[in-house]
Design a protein around this ligand. Structure first.
Ligand code: NI
Length: 172
C-alpha cells in the first residue's frame, strides 16, 4: 500500500473521462488499497481514481464517522441506473478542491450498478449522504466536479482562486 498524491484543481486530468475496468485483477485491487490509504489519510469520505491521476472507473467510499468502525466500500464501473425525482441538498467538498464547501442539490435517491473488488456485479439503492457521495464520485468519472453544479459566478470564482494558487506554487 502507498499514499498517492491527490490531484488538485485546475489540473486538466480532473476533466478527463475515466475508462471502464475490463478485468478486476490484482493491479486493480492494489490501486483500491492505495486509494483507501490516500482517502483515510486526507481525510475524506470518497475518492475517484482520477483524483490520484488514474483515469479508470473506480470509486472508494467510507462514510464511517471518526471513532466508528471503518466501512470501506468499493465501486468498480459504477453506473447510476435510476435516480429519484425527489431532490436533497448537502454541503459538499472535494479532496481535489481543498477547503471549499458549497451546498449542492441532487436526486435524493439513486440506484447504482457496479462491480466489487472481486469483479462480481451488484446493485445498490442509496439515499442520504451515500446517494450524494456516489453521485459526486461518479461525476468525477465523467470529468465533472461538484462546482459544475453551482452558478457560473461561483464556479468561475473558485476556479480562478485555485489557478492563482497553482501559479504561486509554480513560481516558488
Ligand atoms: Ni470530489
Amino acid at each position: 500500500m502507498a499514499l498517492r498524491p491527490i490531484i488538485i484543481l485546475p489540473d486538466p486530468v480532473l476533466r478527463e473521462k475515466s475508462t471502464p475496468i475490463v478485468r478486476v485483477d490484482d493491479d486493480v485491487r492494489a490501486l483500491v488499497a492505495d486509494m483507501f490509504e490516500t482517502m483515510y489519510d486526507a481525510p475524506g469520505i470518497g475518492l475517484a481514481a482520477v483524483q490520484v491521476g488514474i483515469t479508470k472507473r473506480i470509486v472508494t467510499i467510507d462514510l464511517a464517522r471518526e471513532g466508528e468502525e471503518k466501512k470501506p466500500m468499493v465501486f468498480v464501473n459504477p453506473e447510476i441506473v435510476w435516480s429519484s425525482d425527489e431532490q436533497s441538498t448537502y454541503e459538499e467538498g472535494c479532496l481535489s478542491i481543498p477547503q471549499y464547501y458549497e451546498e449542492v442539490e441532487r436526486p435524493a435517491k439513486v440506484r447504482v450498478r457496479y462491480q466489487d473488488e472481486k469483479g462480481e456485479a451488484h446493485e445498490l439503492e442509496a439515499d442520504g449522504l451515500l446517494a450524494t457521495c456516489l453521485q459526486h464520485e461518479i461525476d468525477h468519472l465523467e470529468g465533472k466536479l461538484f462546482i459544475d453544479h453551482l452558478s457560473k459566478l461561483k464556479r468561475d470564482r473558485v476556479i480562478k482562486k485555485f489557478q492563482k494558487q497553482a501559479k504561486r506554487e509554480h513560481e516558488f
